[in-house]
Ligand binder design. Structure first.
Ligand code: HSE
Length: 313
């Protein structure tokens, strides 16, 4: 199929919550109500131009933009030179912890794939989008944001070499509240505070919880999902980045229908998984109150888990 030269398309990719509690670097979900919107245009040639019209601060140097390595990986795999123009129209605030970099990378590769006549499948698209993650994570390319940003829903990444992922069905009553306090946590720094070696007792509890979370999602067992939303690997070391984290968690735990809460990705966003919309609204209200009391501006997203990934508008 001929590439669609000189046509412009708009692509949206959703925000995502990585780790989902115990699944550091191996689980993630897409959320409703936030994401990145890009316009992409291609022509014969060999160049890449990225224009930021989102109003969010992004580096002017395209070598520092996550879209660049993602698109370059894809163009290299396609095997022909191409002139690509990207306009970033709407952007999740960088450093939010809800997959700001992945939403751009996912939108860029899904958009370019459309314009090229869809030569690549879902797994390849995730692999290209992961190259954007490598840029912002200090050399590690993980898929727990990039995967669900491409596909929507909840994803388990069983392995990276090669990428082997499973899309987990989302229980009907599973709702999320996610708050993004306007403080910046750098992903590299947030990864650097973690231990490189984990005591066996923490490893045992972690794989119990990952297994429990997956089994709970597959069987829509809300109690099991809630019991499994625990993390011994990242949360204890990262919570200090989030003002009043323990008291926020304590306030959330008293809400009827709240399954559990944790840090979204590398932070500073915090998410709560809930049984139904009312619990998600109550969790959201508690989150807003927490950051208001600390005089920290914040944005709240509540809704069902997004079943849709990156898509042409
Ligand atoms: N799994 C990653 C982390 C997500 O927690 O560092 C953030 O990019």
């Amino acid at each position: 199929m001929q590439p669609k030269y000189h046509q412009s398309i708009d692509i949206f990719a959703p925000a995502t919550v990585a780790n989902l509690g115990p699944g550091f670097d191996i689980m993630g979900m897409a959320i409703e109500g936030a994401g990145d919107l890009l316009s992409i245009r291609i022509a014969p040639g060999d160049s890449l131009a990225i224009r930021n019209e989102s109003g969010m601060p992004l580096p002017d140097d395209i070598e520092k933009n996550v879209v660049t390595p993602a698109l370059r990986a894809m163009i290299a795999a396609w095997g022909h030179p191409l002139a690509v123009e990207v306009v970033i129209r709407q952007k999740i605030r960088p450093g939010s912890g809800i997959g700001s970099s992945s939403a751009s990378s996912a939108a860029a590769v899904v958009g370019l794939n459309e314009l090229l006549g869809r030569p690549f499948g879902e797994q390849e698209l995730i692999t290209f989008a992961m190259e954007g993650e490598r840029l912002v994570s200090g050399g590690t390319a993980h898929a727990d944001n990039a995967g669900p940003a491409v596909t929507g829903g909840i994803m388990l990444i069983r392995g990276y070499d090669p990428l082997d992922y499973i899309r987990i069905p989302v229980p009907e009553r599973l709702y999320a509240a996610v708050i993004h306090p306007h403080i910046t946590v750098n992903t590299v720094e947030s990864r650097a505070v973690m231990r490189q070696e984990v005591p066996l007792r923490d490893a045992v509890s972690q794989w119990g919880n990952v297994g429990g979370l997956v089994a709970g999602l597959l069987t829509a067992d809300m109690g099991l999902i809630g019991r499994s939303l625990k993390d011994a690997i990242a949360e204890p070391y990262r919570k200090h980045f989030i003002p009043g984290y323990d008291s926020l968690k304590a306030a959330l735990s008293g809400i009827d229908g709240l399954l559990g809460s944790n840090i979204a990705g590398s932070g500073p966003s915090v998410f709560a998984l809930c049984d139904g919309p009312r619990a998600a609204e109550a969790a959201g209200a508690a989150m807003v109150l927490h950051f208001r009391q600390l005089d920290i501006a914040a944005e709240l997203y509540t809704g069902p888990v997004s079943r849709q990934g990156a898509r042409v508008l």
